[in-house]
Design a protein around this ligand. Structure first.
Ligand SMILES: [Fe+2]
Ligand SMILES: [Fe+2]
Length: 389
């Protein structure tokens, strides 16, 4: 019925109506008012004002402290080891990938994503019938949309890695953080190059991803930045990249993702090392509860609202109701695989750092994420594990 009402309004009015509707949707189910209020400014900027889509540079206010240490302590062997591994693991985004590979994003013999990624019968029932070329074109758009969101997430990771390098007090963490900054720059380089030179398409940042990035960039607390970026965004990205790595048959994209995944695995490992002792040893019960609830809200936000909205706006807005499209994406085989990989990588890390206590577990179970409670966390996974299905 709401869709019917929106469909009868002139397009500019229905878009504003829709923005308010999405803004006013409750953020999950923990009822933690502190978390809700904390997220509000990011939600206003992202969902209501759509700051990420204005075509101009976006200012994110930052208010964290930068920590120096003129004693240069090198007293954290696990972080020091990550720093050494990061230096050894550097690669060149220009030279080390076969950019000469010819890529046709609609070639059925070398698909970017498999034909079964989407269930086109859902669209047919809504009156949209696509021929084989049309189906491949839509899958091309979905692949470009996913990789565009990866790219925007990488920009968030670059800025967050800079902030985290300043905001962490531990010196081994700063040295490691510097390597993550250059890793993220390389990821931006390769995703942007792939999108512009091979897929020929770049989508704007999704509003919900904008909210997540905004919330952690503007939070002054160093551990919230770590939790938001190193655990949530990096963890989800690791699973998302792994999913596309497994599904794609296009060799250049596969190799690009393989290399990025191995970098991201270090980033998540760093987040776990930095947060484990802090959450378990230094936070009080109320502070742990707030972070548990925040992490859960973020997980649900990323899962329920990552629905290729920008593709719908470009192709079907005004023709196919949003609810039909949302179901089409949400229930597709490909996105189901995608979500499973994401939470498989994320949930064990939340357990490892101490943010998956008995109070919050039923919330995850209710959302179907309970299967990963006992999965392997980042510090015990090998590079081969990271790439495995
Ligand atoms: Fe990255
Ligand atoms: Fe990263």
């Amino acid at each position: 019925m709401i869709d019917d009402l929106a469909a009868r309004l002139p397009l500019p009015v229905s878009r504003w109506y829709d923005r308010f509707r999405r803004f006013s949707e409750p953020l999950g189910a923990t009822d933690n008012r502190r978390v809700m209020v904390g997220m509000l400014p990011a939600a206003v900027r992202g969902l209501l004002l759509q700051r990420g889509k204005q075509g101009t540079p976006v200012r994110f206010p930052a208010s964290h402290d930068a920590w120096f240490d003129f004693g240069y302590p090198r007293d954290e062997p696990e972080m020091a080891d990550l720093y050494e591994r990061a230096k050894d693991g550097q690669w060149d985004g220009g030279r080390d990938l076969a950019w000469g590979t010819s890529v046709d994003p609609r070639d059925p013999d070398v698909p970017i994503l498999p034909a079964g990624f989407l269930d086109f019968s859902v669209l047919r029932r809504a009156g949209v019938t696509l021929d084989a070329e049309g189906e491949r074109a839509l899958i091309h758009d979905i692949a470009a949309w996913l990789l565009s969101q990866f790219l925007h997430g990488e920009q968030g990771a670059l800025m967050a890695a800079c902030q985290v390098t300043e905001a962490v007090e531990r010196f081994d963490g700063k040295l490691y953080g510097a390597t993550q900054v250059v890793d993220e720059a390389r990821h931006i380089e390769v995703f942007h190059r792939y999108l512009s030179s091979k897929l020929g398409k770049l989508y704007q940042i999704n509003d919900n991803l904008f909210v997540v990035i905004d919330a952690l960039m503007t939070d002054a607390r160093w551990d919230m930045k770590f939790l938001g970026m190193q655990i949530m965004v990096e963890g989800l990205a690791l699973g998302a990249f792994g999913s596309i790595f497994q599904l794609t048959r296009e060799p250049l994209l596969k190799e690009l993702l393989r290399r990025v995944i191995l970098d991201e695995a270090r980033h998540v490992h760093y987040g776990v090392v930095a947060l484990r002792s802090h959450v378990r040893g230094q936070l009080n019960e109320a502070e742990v509860r707030e972070r548990e609830d925040w992490a859960f809200e973020m997980a649900v936000l990323m899962r329920n609202r990552f629905l290729a909205r920008e593709v719908w706006e470009e192709r079907y807005e005004g023709r196919v109701p949003w609810s039909v499209w949302a179901g089409f994406i949400q229930d597709s085989v490909g996105m189901e695989h995608f979500r499973r990989q994401m939470f498989r990588r994320l949930v064990p890390n939340l357990r490892e750092i101490g943010l998956l206590g008995p109070r919050i577990r039923p919330y995850y179970e209710k959302e179907g994420m309970g299967a990963w409670f006992e999965g392997e966390a980042a510090p015990t996974l090998s590079p081969e594990d990271m790439l495995a299905a």
